[in-house]
Design a protein around this ligand. Structure first.
Ligand SMILES: [Ca+2]
Length: 407
């Protein structure tokens, strides 16, 4: 049984990730927290509500279990204090302009928006397929971690780590009760997708991503980014003086997600369901762009970045074939050309093998130093990944769609 808090900026691949979690019978989605990322939080909220609504209708029509998740809105600007970087990769509304193309799928804003603006707990008009919470989602996140047994709730971060780190800085003791934090973020061996060095979620709030990795260090005061506000820096350093528990942070980088693809022919099988029809409208623009760019391609694909993070959180304990490695991973938050770059020591030395002495003037000696370095788990391999030349590629999407559509 998995309990998840999903922090997200939906996003087409976020939507598949949310659907996977909501439809998996052994998983409970405790909270969908909307954070700034691909798009602003209002568009994120509309996309999440549309997704939850259609998922609930579909599961109920099949006589399957559906547990309404809580939904709340989190940070609207990055922790770095910079303006948000919207990428519009998935269209101006985050979902392939599907709200304009097929408005009959979109819920009426007037019906859900008031529930996020003030406390309507007692209102008879409250929606039934999700539980709206008007509070900042970092507060709701902390409340859920407090109410549940320690190490029972996993946080899955599918957008920039802004809201997740907001919660950590606000109350680290409660935050540390999370079982693990699985973040779709970064790229280590492969190039980035926003700059040559950076993946979008990390680039959009490098301060938050760097701080999340720094928390895995025995002494985060050295690794916490200097771009973090003084208030958050002090709160995290002083919390860790009292609470030695370090979070288990698992990064799901592009290196792994690139090998998990959904093809157009796989989703076309579900075009006769309302849920499948909506997904195809949202995907139309992405698939068309691929066809224009690569006219020889036999099948268009969507890389399943966010669904892989949810799949890891749900399945890695019960299914063999998931491999991670531990790295002293640090994220560049200040570089003019390298902001958002994941930096690891490639000098061929092993962890725990470096010079024991360092100080703030000699930070170059801190690499791999066991008193300082980060202990980030990086996903390297899943049991479902595509391999060049193999005939059974597409296993991941097949598995995901089987869970969602109940085959
Ligand atoms: Ca996302």
């Amino acid at each position: 049984m998995s309990k998840l808090i999903i922090d997200t900026d939906p996003g087409i691949d976020d939507v598949f990730a949310i659907l996977l979690a909501l439809s998996h019978p052994e998983t409970t989605v405790e909270l969908i927290s909307l954070t700034v990322g691909n798009i602003d939080t209002q568009n994120s909220l509309r996309n999440a509500i549309t997704c939850v609504q259609l998922c609930s209708e579909y599961l109920k029509s099949q006589g399957r279990k559906f547990t309404p998740p809580r939904v709340a809105v989190g940070c609207k600007t990055p922790l770095s204090g910079k303006e948000p970087v919207f990428d519009y990769f998935h269209g101006i509304d985050g979902l392939g302009n599907s709200h304009a193309k097929a408005p009959h799928f979109t819920p009426d804003t007037a019906l859900y928006k008031p529930h996020f603006e003030s406390d309507t707990t007692a209102s008879p008009d409250r929606p039934t397929n999700f539980i709206p919470d008007h509070r900042h989602s970092a507060d709701v996140m902390l409340e859920i971690l407090k109410q549940n047994p320690e190490d029972s709730v996993t946080i899955v971060a599918l957008g920039p780590a802004t809201t997740v780190m907001h919660a950590a800085a606000k109350d680290y003791e409660t935050f540390s009760r999370a079982r693990e934090i699985v973040a779709m973020a970064g790229n280590i061996r492969e190039p980035g997708n926003v700059t040559p060095f950076a993946e979008f979620n990390v680039f959009a709030d490098a301060t938050a991503a760097a701080a999340l990795c720094a928390l895995t260090s025995p002494d985060p005061s050295v690794l916490l980014p200097r771009s973090l506000s003084e208030e958050f820096y002090d709160a995290l350093v002083s919390a860790r003086l009292h609470i030695s528990k370090r979070p288990r942070v698992v990064l799901v980088p592009l290196d792994a997600t690139h090998r998990h693809c959904l093809s157009e022919s796989q989703i076309l099988k579900y075009k006769d369901t309302k849920l499948g029809e909506w997904l195809l409208v949202a995907l139309e623009g992405v698939f068309q762009r691929l066809k224009d760019e690569y006219p020889d391609l036999s099948d268009s694909i969507l890389q399943c970045h966010d669904p892989l993070a949810v799949a890891y959180a749900i399945f890695h304990r019960e299914t063999p074939g998931w491999f991670t490695y531990t790295a002293d991973l640090r994220i560049e938050d200040a570089g003019r050309w390298t902001r958002g770059m994941c930096v690891i020591d490639k000098r061929g030395r092993s962890l725990e093998e470096s010079e024991p002495k360092y100080d703030s003037d000699n930070l170059h000696l801190s690499w791999l130093n066991p008193k300082v370095h980060s202990y980030v788990e990086v996903l390297d391999k899943s049991p479902y990944q595509d391999e060049i030349g193999k005939s059974d590629n597409g296993k991941f999407a097949e598995h995901m769609l089987n869970v969602v559509f109940g085959n």
